[in-house]
Write a new protein. Structure first.
Length: 658
């Protein structure tokens, strides 16, 4: 990033911004040019708001953010910065909003170690909005709660997926200004703190998958509550009707995947503002057939699946004309349901009625005259239904289908999502020209890939034929599938080379899995400079040649597996320029020579698995090479590294300790 006469150049973007500007927003530009301490951005010392979210800088965190001492708002979420969050952030004492959150699935790794959370926030006493989702904090309940307790003006605390442990310490009760609390997917354990129910401004409490146990406390005094999400825990006990009176703003209740029992109170469904209610995968019993006129007319999502509810079909749902998703599967309901009754639910997009003891009667009306204009997902397993309408999504996985006969052929023209994995299908592969998602994995297909398959997958982002017996080569036309993000042809009986163009379209592909497919030839050195691959698995083929240099263009790769081939090359030091690598498998090839990348100062800070077994490496392996593999060390403070995953069997090298 350079400057010239009041112009700011960043990642190919030319922006007019005099050095006195106050707000700077480059969010969502997908900028991939690196930004470092020399960038002229840090000369904008009058900045009050800086937003670099949703970019691809793919570089270590700059360390001179403290130059922007007037910042009130700093948003670096999903910016592509990696590694340790620098201490300089802690010197921005005017900050009101700090967002360093990342997507743990696709984002680049960030951690708060040195400095830790306490050091980062101890001077940020004006913070009102704090987002650290996905940042590896690794702190106990006592540590992280006490670190946050001085931030008495904090209104939003969002720290999901932060490797926090519990139980939650009472010091967090000082944050009485909190309106939003999101701590999902941590290991908090213990009981839900009673003091959460005393926060007067609480509007959102999201604590899913945190290993809480015990009963749900009464939130009847939290009259401003809009969202209560406590799913995927070990909560037990009953839900008392008195706990749900007085709410006028509560819209979302998510209590699924717990151990709750007893009956479902009409008071719960009768919350006037309620839009979404999920009680699935619990132990609720009894009947809900007498709720006529008692349920909120605003409900659009109702999920009561996987409980022990019984009785006749709850006809009150037909009064909920705004209902878009209904799931009553896997209960003990019984009786006969006239399919014509569903025609009143014109907004229905997902309907699940499987695995009960009822039947759906389609004989009392002409089913072809029924209109379900938005119905996209239908789950009617074990419902004795003989006909169904046009769908955009059809899920029939793990049945015993062996071929395509009517009525399936009549509906395929409208399908956008088709999941048929885990059946016994054989013969020709059905390719649907309008489909976005096709999963035919784990079947018995034994034909060849159609020559023009790519031309028929113009809209597909997911295509899987893994675990079949597909013959022949991969057609060049596959590269015409410009929207493909996931291509999985693994575990088949293919032959011939991998089309060169397949690596060129890596700018759209995220996952390419050709494992165990009997492919031969070389790995073409044609990886696009805008490569977006995160998973490349070519294990157990007959590939030869060298590791292509252009692989370094794939700066987001997390898994690279080229094991069990015939690659003949020296150790691929150039791969050390891919900082995101977590798994690297080179085993059982013909790699040779010394393992020495002393001329390459880059590293693999996130590498967890390195498999070099059964090659022809020789010479000395200095222990200093291993000490740079930070993510493998269970305790980096120890002098002697304790590597968690490292295979060197049959390498023929000597480890030198210095």
């Amino acid at each position: 990033m350079e400057s010239n006469h009041g112009l700011l150049f960043l990642g190919g973007c030319k922006l007019r911004c005099w050095w006195s500007c106050f707000d700077f927003d480059l969010s969502g530009r997908e900028i991939s040019s690196p930004i470092d301490d020399s960038s002229s951005l840090f000369r904008l010392q009058h900045l009050r708001q800086l937003n670099l979210a949703l970019n691809q800088f793919m570089t270590a965190f700059p360390t001179i953010f403290d130059k922007l001492e007037n910042l009130r708002y700093l948003n670096l979420s999903e910016a592509g910065f990696t590694g340790q969050i620098p201490i300089e952030i802690s010197r921005l004492t005017r900050l009101v909003t700090l967002d360093l959150s990342i997507d743990t699935l696709f984002g680049t790794p960030l951690k708060l170690e040195k400095p830790n959370l306490k050091t980062l926030v101890q001077n940020l006493t004006k913070l009102r909005f704090l987002y650290l989702d996905g940042v590896n904090i690794s702190a106990t309940g006592n540590e992280w709660c006490q670190a946050l307790s001085p931030l008495t003006e904090l209104q939003v605390l969002s720290m999901s997926d932060c490797y926090l442990s519990g139980p939650i310490h009472s010091s967090l009760s000082r944050l009485r200004s909190l309106s939003v609390i999101r701590l999902d997917r941590n290991n908090l354990s213990g009981l839900i703190p009673q003091f959460f129910t005393k926060f007067p401004n609480l509007t959102c409490l999201s604590l899913s998958s945190v290993n809480f146990s015990g009963p749900i406390p009464s939130f009847s005094s939290s009259i401003n509550l809009r969202e209560l999400i406590l799913a995927l825990n070990q909560l037990n006990g009953t839900i008392h009707s008195t706990d749900w009176t007085g709410f006028s703003k509560l819209e979302i209740i998510g209590l699924g995947n717990n151990k709750l029992s007893g009956t479902i109170s009409p008071t719960l469904l009768g919350i006037s503002s309620l839009r979404t209610l999920s009680l699935s995968h619990n132990q609720f019993n009894g009947s809900i057939g007498d709720f006529h006129g008692k349920a909120s007319s605003l409900i659009n999502t109702l999920d009561l699946s996987n409980n022990m509810l019984q009785g006749q079909f709850p006809m009150f749902v037909f009064e909920l004309h705004g209902l878009t998703s209904l799931n009553l599967s896997s209960n003990n309901f019984s009786g006969l349901i006239p399919v014509s009754a569903f025609q009143n639910l014109r907004n229905m997009s997902a309907l699940g009625l499987s695995y009960n003891r009822w039947s759906i009667d389609a004989t009392t009306t002409n089913i072809s005259s029924l209109s379900f204009p938005t119905l996209a997902e239908l789950d009617l397993a074990s419902c004795n239904l003989t006909e169904f309408p046009d769908l955009a999504r059809l899920n029939l996985f793990q049945n015993f289908l062996v071929g395509f006969e009517r009525p399936l052929k009549n509906i395929t023209s409208s399908l956008e999502i088709l999941d048929l994995h885990g059946n016994q299908l054989q013969g020709e592969i059905p390719i649907l020209s309008n489909a976005a998602y096709l999963d035919y994995s784990n079947n018995n297909f034994n034909s060849v890939l159609p020559a023009q398959i790519g031309d028929s997958l113009q809209y597909a982002f997911f295509f899987s034929l893994s675990n079949n017996n597909i013959q022949g080569s991969i057609p060049e036309s596959i590269c015409n599938s410009k929207c493909l993000e996931v291509l999985d042809l693994s575990n088949n009986s293919l032959s011939g080379p991998i089309p060169q163009c397949l690596f060129q379209i890596s700018r759209s592909l995220w996952v390419l899995n050709l494992r165990r497919s009997n492919l031969s030839g070389i790995i073409s050195d044609t990886f696009s400079k805008s490569c977006r691959l995160q998973t490349l698995n070519l294990n157990q083929n007959r590939l030869e040649g060298k590791v292509p240099k252009s692989l370094v263009n794939c700066k987001m790769v997390k898994l690279l597996d080229i094991g069990n081939n015939h690659i003949n090359d020296s150790f691929p030091c150039h791969l050390k320029n891919i900082a995101t690598l977590r798994v690297l498998v080179l085993r059982s090839n013909k790699f040779n020579g010394h393992i020495d990348c002393s001329g390459n100062n880059s590293g693999w800070p996130m590498l967890h698995i390195l498999d070099l077994a059964s090659n022809n490496f020789s010479g000395k392996l200095h222990l200093t090479c291993l000490r740079t593999l930070d993510a493998m060390q269970s305790n980096p403070d120890k002098n002697q590294s304790e590597l968690q995953y490292l295979q060197f069997e049959a390498l023929g090298v000597y480890v030198i300790v210095k």
